[in-house]
Design a binder for this molecule. Structure first.
Ligand code: PLP
Length: 388
């Protein structure tokens, strides 16, 4: 039995071309990029090439990209950095209830330091209401942080409109674009973004490397102090192989993104319509059309998410219940609760996220296996019995 991996939103397999590009930077080109001799400068050159690739993909200038150790670090850097550098202007931050924990926990931390945070609600599809954004702004607001697409339900937020509001009111605008960069087109100018977080392992790059786009002129406090790396924005000897891998992944994404999006959209829609047709008491979570090309999130009543996930695993199929980062916690997903789902329904949710190497046969296999698993679990469910 082969493995069917349908959890690309948790992490993607590293592209073989990415691995190939990284390897020399562990061995012959191992120099420290801050060293002035040739093998150091070779590493520095490779970093700058990767920086140019990343900048180009989002329509930024090279010097506006700072490499970080992860998407989580980029989120922390953006939010804490703006908060502490702009304290004299105000102490209010606006974000949403459906952000990734990297944003939510950073905001919770800042609340303990005297900052005020507004967590905007979302509608039943996970969309932020522009009126709510406008209403939340006060003369103390220094930052709006809204993710471009949600990692659990795939809903894509109206960033260009929020960017316009931020610009009109002179407030910095950050977006967590960890799930979108390399998957759908992203332009920092078209969306009016001042800060944007990315992560290499979500686009077939290596784990442990990310980047933060910082629009020129943005007042941001650095929180890594030490050497002058990354123009003094982030002290630490850079992860050269990781950054090179990120750059290669971005280069591949630029060439293959549109074709991949078309392919996964077809498979996504086949999976959604197949599941809705074959399983009763099921509903699709997230926006019906305005969603990531690779995301399927469903709630299947009277079947517990973890049990479905483990039964699928026994069949060699990897999916997620909510987000991978919180899979050790049995709390219902904060995102599904924010949509208004009752906790029981949130507990019966599954997320499938498709990718470059997902095949139609794999989707057919899920459509054959999952209805069987659901029927088995429901046969044992006291809730299903009382429903009948
Ligand atoms: N933001 C979003 C939307 C994510 O999906 C993730 C990872 O799942 C992160 C941030 C964190 O990125 P990283 O794993 O690089 O720390």
């Amino acid at each position: 039995m082969g493995r069917t991996y349908l959890d690309y939103a948790a992490t993607t397999p590293t592209h073989p071309e990415v691995v190939k590009a990284m390897l020399p930077y562990f061995t012959e080109a191992f120099g420290n990029p801050s060293s002035i001799y040739a093998c150091g400068q070779e590493a520095k050159g490779a970093i700058e090439e990767a920086r140019a690739n990343v900048a180009d993909l989002i329509g930024a200038q090279d010097e506006e990209i700072v490499f970080t150790g992860s998407g989580t670090e980029a989120d922390n850097f953006a939010i804490k950095g703006v908060a502490y550098a702009n304290e004299s202007k105000g102490n209010h931050i606006i974000t949403t209830t459906i952000e990734h924990h990297a944003v939510l926990e950073t905001c919770h931390f800042l609340e303990t330091k005297g900052f005020k945070v507004t967590y905007l609600p979302v509608d039943e599809y996970g969309m932020v209401d522009l009126e709510e954004v406008r209403k939340a702004i006060t003369n103390q607001t220094i930052l709006i942080s809204v993710m471009q697409a949600n990692n659990e339900i795939g809903t894509i937020e109206p960033l260009a409109e929020i960017g316009k509001i931020a610009k009109e009111t002179g407030i910095y605008f950050h977006t967590d674009a960890v799930q979108t960069v390399g998957h759908i087109p992203v332009s920092v100018d078209e969306l009016g973004i001042d800060l944007l977080s990315m992560s290499a392992h979500k686009l077939y790059g290596p784990k442990g490397v990310g980047a933060l786009y910082i629009r020129k002129g943005t007042k941001l406090l650095s929180f890594m102090h030490g050497g002058e790396q990354e123009r003094g924005r982030r002290a630490s000897t850079q992860n050269v192989p990781g950054i090179v891998g990120f750059g290669k992944a971005v280069e591949i994404a630029r060439q293959e993104m549109n074709k991949e999006a078309e392919q996964v959209t077809y498979l996504r829609d086949k999976l959604i319509s197949g599941l809705l047709a074959q399983i009763d008491h099921i509903c699709l979570n997230g926006h019906p059309t305005n969603r990531l090309p690779n995301n399927v999130n469903v709630s299947i009543s009277f079947a517990e998410g973890e049990s479905m996930c483990l039964n699928l695993d026994l069949e060699g199929i990897c999916v997620s219940t909510g987000s991978a980062c919180s899979s050790s916690v049995t709390e219902p997903s904060h995102v599904l609760l924010a949509l208004g789902l009752p906790p029981l329904q949130a507990h019966s949710s599954l997320r499938f996220s498709l990718g470059k190497w997902t095949t139609e046969e794999e989707i057919d296999r899920v459509l054959e296996v999952l209805p069987r698993i659901v029927a088995k679990l429901r046969a044992m469910s006291p809730l299903m019995k009382s429903h009948r």
